[in-house]
Design a protein around this ligand. Structure first.
Ligand code: PEP
Ligand code: MN
Length: 263
């Protein structure tokens, strides 16, 4: 992952002709959880607004074991159907090394490693044995160096297709869900050739802060954004408090164009 060994920025081929990194900027959008029929409606809206990749969790890492754990395999199927209908690569979280083979079988385009698994070394090694792109999130209390070493676990198994993601870190501040470490964007670019995606949804935890932090991340040079969008946030299975509605997402995409052109 060290730029010393690879001076040029890595460009990751995410499938469906979508490249990320080295000047190729992409927006990943969709609901926190795949919930059912609303997925395709949300997906159509985010695509129309300019998102180029579709996200949605089928296996959810929830704090409480009694909270919805996601749709599982049926959720993967819905997500992949939407991705194929709209010709968009899909990004979805894998939590268990035993599920990696299923994700590959189904044709998941990008496997997300969530913040809670950022140092789950057996999981990192397992996705490292594939050639499928990985979106690796920063741990809840992970340093930038720990994030890059986690990327190294994946790459050392032979998979060079790693994108890292700044999604906020836990600090003493409680007003926001996490503290968005904008510094991570230039720091990762300095230290590593890997692309860095910013996730202002989890970084802030509040719908109203997502837009400003998305704009800040783009201004700071992020290679991509991951943003949660839901058409009925009040009834979302997870993370409704930080979801943008499709209309808000549309407006944000227009605002981003004032900062950079969207590939
Ligand atoms: C998510 O993307 O929905 C998610 C659980 O993110 P994180 O792992 O960053 O908390
Ligand atoms: Mn979420």
């Amino acid at each position: 992952a060290n730029r010393k060994f690879h001076p040029d920025d890595s460009i990751i081929d995410c499938g469906h002709g979508v490249l990320l990194g080295g000047g190729f900027f992409q927006v990943i959008a969709g609901p926190c959880s795949v919930e059912g029929d609303n997925l395709i409606r949300i997906a159509r809206r985010v695509k129309a607004a300019g998102a180029t990749m579709l996200r949605g969790g089928a296996y959810k890492p929830r704090t409480s074991p009694y909270a919805s754990q996601g749709m599982g395999e049926a959720g993967l199927d819905l997500l992949l159907e939407a991705g194929s209908e709209l010709d968009m690569p899909v990004v979805t979280e894998v939590m268990d090394p035993r599920d990696v083979a299923l994700f590959l079988d189904k044709g998941v385009d990008v496997m997300q490693i969530g913040a809670r698994n950022a140092q789950n070394f057996p999981l990192l090694r397992e996705v490292g044995k594939t050639s499928t792109p990985v979106l690796l999130k920063r741990g809840m209390a992970g340093t930038i160096d720990e994030l890059l070493m986690a990327a190294e676990y994946i790459m050392s198994e032979g998979n060079p297709n790693v994108m890292v993601c700044e999604r906020g870190i836990r600090t003493f501040e409680t007003r926001t869900r996490n503290t968005f470490d904008l510094n991570a964007i230039p720091a990762i670019h300095h230290l590593s050739h890997l692309p860095i995606v910013a996730d202002p949804s989890h970084a802030t935890g509040h719908t109203r802060y997502v837009g400003p932090m998305a704009r800040a991340a783009v201004a700071a040079g992020a290679d991509g954004l991951e943003i949660e969008v839901h058409d009925d946030p009040a009834h979302a299975w997870s993370d409704g408090a930080q979801a943008l509605t499709p209309d808000m997402f549309d407006q944000l995409m227009k605002d981003l164009l004032r900062i950079r052109s969207i590939v």
